[in-house]
Design a protein around this ligand. Structure first.
Ligand code: CP
Length: 304
């Protein structure tokens, strides 16, 4: 039985197979419409979510399966003090696979250790968000044609943004990738990530001004400032609008640069950018359903 805690849990070859499957599901959805008949997905979300929870639910429903779960710790017995370990033992009696989001880093891993069913980390604190990374990689591969040979700018909250940490970890396995980290000083990417890049000889730079690097980027990954991870409101208010991507900044970019964003956005991408053909973030959300369908089939070992 396999779980998914980190994008690195799959080898590059396994990821290629997963993305091939996701692309096949996109092309021939009817072929997969009953692949999970009789199976149940539990979505255990101790933290708010729109995309991750609903795309998992959409994925299982499109595969013919059913979904149970909770979207708020307050409506589960966690509010009475039940541990994640006990909860997953119970969920194992009710479902065939579980997607779990939790504000505590490592909580899905604790669950996986006690689980009789595959557990998918759907985001743990500021740590990892592997299924967002699978979504990001599938989007890049599908729209750019490959997962190597580009300069990617990651902009915004690089300190608390778990999607950024997961994506960097996953991209280092591909050839000829250059990272440009664009953030205010207070929200720089953690040292353990830059240490890992140095140790692997992967080129990166850290800058503050987005305008200065726009012309060089093949991909721009925007992120929101993670309000829920700040210790004081004053710092959040000071930093929340540090970057706003608008049409003027897009005019500096390559004609084929793609803008990605895990969403939700707050102010960091102006709505005027949405109609730019290079804005790929809504298409990215759709790829999230296909890749989660492929992931459910893979972890349940269902062949179609
Ligand atoms: N991208 C993402 O994780 O969005 P949600 O928080 O809405 O799930």
């Amino acid at each position: 039985m396999r779980h998914l805690m980190s994008p690195l849990d799959f080898t590059a070859n396994e990821l290629d197979r997963l993305f091939d499957l996701a692309n096949d599901i996109e092309r021939y959805p009817d072929k997969y419409a009953h692949a999970c008949d009789g199976r149940i997905l539990a979505t255990c979300f101790y933290e708010p979510s729109t995309r991750t929870r609903l795309s998992f639910e959409s994925a299982m429903t499109r595969l013919g399966g059913r979904v149970i779960g909770f979207s708020d710790a307050a409506s589960s017995s966690a509010s009475k003090g039940e541990s994640v370990s006990d909860t997953i033992r119970i969920i194992s009696c009710y479902a065939d696979i579980c997607a779990m989001r939790h504000p505590k880093e490592g909580a899905p891993m604790v669950a996986a250790e006690k689980s009789d069913i595959p557990v998918i980390n759907a985001g743990d604190g500021g740590h990892q968000h592997p299924t967002q990374t699978l979504t990001d990689l599938l989007t890049i591969r599908s729209l750019k044609g490959s997962l190597g040979g580009f300069t990617i700018g990651l902009c915004g909250d690089l300190k608390f943004g778990r999607t950024v940490h997961s994506l960097i970890n996953a991209l280092v396995r591909y050839d000829d990738i250059r990272f440009v980290f664009i953030s205010p000083e207070e929200l720089r990417v953690p040292d353990y990530i830059t240490e890992m890049l140095k140790a692997n000889g992967i080129p990166y730079e850290e800058v503050i001004r987005l305008e200065n690097v726009m012309p060089r980027l093949d991909l721009l990954y925007m992120t929101r400032v993670q309000k829920e991870r700040f210790f004081n409101e004053e710092d959040y208010v000071r930093l929340k609008d540090f970057y706003i991507l608008n049409s003027d900044k897009m005019a500096l970019a390559k004609k084929d640069m793609l803008v990605l964003h895990p969403l939700p956005r707050v102010n960091e991408i102006s709505v005027e950018v949405d109609s730019d053909p290079r804005a790929a973030y809504f298409r990215q959300a759709k790829y999230g359903v296909y890749v989660r369908m492929a992931l459910i089939l893979t972890l349940l070992e269902i062949q179609v």
